[in-house]
Design a protein around this ligand. Sequence first.
Ligand code: AMP
Length: 469
Amino acid sequence: MLHVKSCISRHILVLKQHIHNKSRMATAGFSSKPMVAVVQMTSTSDKNANLQTAGQLIEQADRHGAQMVFLPEAFDIIGSSRQETIDARESLNGPTISAYKQLAKKYNIWLSLGGFHEKPSESDNSTDSRVYNSHIILDSSGDMVDVYRKTHLFDVDIAGGVKLKESEWTIPGQTIGPPVNSPVGKIGLGICYDMRFPEMSLGLRQQGAEILTFPSAFTVTTGMAHWQPILQCRAIENQCYVIAAAQIGQHNTKRSSYGHAMVVDPWGCVIAQCSDTVGLCYAEIDLNYLEKRRREMPVLTHRRHDLYGNIQLKVTVNIDDRESYQFGQHQVSSSHVFYRTPLTYAFVNRKPVLNGHVLISPIRCVARISELDSAEVADLFRVSQHVASVIENHVGTSSATLAVQDGPDAGQTVQHVHVHILPRKPGDFKRNDDVYEKLEEHDKDVEDYEWRLDDDMAKEAAQYRHLFS
Ligand code: AMP
């Protein structure tokens, strides 16, 4: 009861605060409580009519002071037949997205376009007659900030209920995240059916998401049973805001959607919900409130990765998004790095003991393994395993010495946990364990001219990058 009461009073508070308009927010420099607007609409096969409806709702959201508007899956079209929808597919440079770019620019507003029927580009699956189901983020200048392509496809056959096989017309996406930085917070992108896979939301949360989004076209049968509880679960377990724009009502004679577009806060309260018609609902995103909830109940740090493993999203990170990487007291130029994940990087050695002698370190600089969290430990060894097998293969060996440097008394000269990977060949030392003696000596009392040249190291790293691309 107390919980319901606190949800309601919070909701009233949120509504009261909506009287602040956008210009006031702007003067305050995007106060810590930006407002989002969530769209509920009924797309049909008439693309122009859909665009017009969305345009009117975006204009309304702008007048209301929203910084970002969230549109549902299939905001562009729901054809009366599958073929009609496929025939209407467009590339990301096509007229539909161009029109939305204009709207973003005109209203100086960020847009989440929650599920676009994207035609694969020339270079990518161009012979495939299907589409990507793409969630596009536009910033307030109309620039495309990110595109997420739906990874979980809705292939279901419920007796007497829903029968849909999305994979027949949709190509599954291959990557998830990282979250997008926006004026309303860090947004983890999903689409509809993705909400049923808690690992995906957890992965996004671990990557820093403050908001999870599931723009949807939920069927009525599944919506009645699952929509709200799933959205609340994802919000509670990840301590994130969950924003779910939705399709509603009858799209054609064969298809209708559940609606109930809503925003759930990190405590699980539904703080905004659309009426049973086309329209908008609004909510403030209060990141101080989110931080307070996370501080009071730090569920993420209470996870027992040692008992049930760790979720690790397959994220593509750009090695060169920074100039250099800290390696204890040294800086390693990004041109010497050949592989990285969000937590770990691999780089060539300045004084290799053997051909292919490379190093792996956690991105966060700590001296001891005991100071790493379980996700960092798992990633360090996963990367070590992967790099060792690729470099071994490249050098033509079938063995490797992996030596972890963990603290000064064990011979660690660089105070940053690192794993030496040394591909081994028969007879490369008189006795196998001489390798440890070499490791002890190779970088001691070295004159400057004895270190390898930066250019040589960059060449070696460039060669290895190819092996990992
Ligand atoms: P240890 O002496 O076992 O702590 O290992 C340190 C390793 O780091 C040695 O193999 C050095 O050759 C290597 N090293 C030191 N500085 C750099 C650097 N800036 N770039 C690449 N490797 C380095």
